[in-house]
Ligand binder design. Sequence first.
Ligand SMILES: Nc1ncnc2c1ncn2[C@@H]1O[C@H](COP(=O)(O)OP(=O)(O)O)[C@@H](O)[C@H]1O
Ligand SMILES: [Mg+2]
Length: 228
Amino acid sequence: MTTRVSTGIPKLDSLLEGGLLESTVTMITGGTGTGKTIMCLQFIWEGLQKGEPCVYLSLEEDAEEIKADARMFGWDLEKYEKKGLFRIMFHDPFETDVSSVLVNQIEYIKAKRLAVDSISMLGLYMKDQATVRKQLGKLMKAVKNAGCTSLVTSEIMEDSKALSRFGVEEFVVDGVIILNYLGIGDEANRSIQIRKMRRTAHGKDIYPFRINEKGIDIVGGSESLKIK
Ligand SMILES: Nc1ncnc2c1ncn2[C@@H]1O[C@H](COP(=O)(O)OP(=O)(O)O)[C@@H](O)[C@H]1O
Ligand SMILES: [Mg+2]
């Protein structure tokens, strides 16, 4: 049986046969300011609304900054934190063995959803690509075994044609979603593309999206979003 997990972006779900496959890891990749953090927050918020325990591991912004980002969209994460349904952690990968802390937290609250923002930060302290691939692979396997559906972000350089920072991350995940922003103007200049999604007949186009007071919204009617 395949269970689909809503991303929190209805039109994206419809491009994914209903959502992400349960217990899979999807990487969101893009340059700075493309909406990766907002997409993670929207996914987590969706889970919390459904009563699902969620974990957010931030490796760049501290927890207060992330919660402030979410509040801008009316997503009061603190409320769920107090209820024990949500855990947010900020760690410096140079100082902490992030993987074991993460798995402990997931098991502790029996998390159904996880966001790791960004996995590029995890790779920075590893000595070569082979180590990055091996360590990330191990981590991904652990979170999947714990029954978590995960979004992880990867920050790529402006104008980079690569899918990820180290060129190996895309191989250890089940799906890759690319966010783009031309950096001028608004909606027409942001786009989203599903580059890979295992076991899913997904939309293959590049779809424009906008960020508004409710978060990410894919532009266009259902006709233009039909899977071709
Ligand atoms: N309320 C809002 N309305 C419109 N755009 C917004 C709003 N909040 C943030 N943004 C846009 O989102 C960008 C930040 O998105 P973010 O998810 O933090 O990017 P990333 O994590 O990819 O670096 C901002 O630079 C801004 O362009
Ligand atoms: Mg970010």
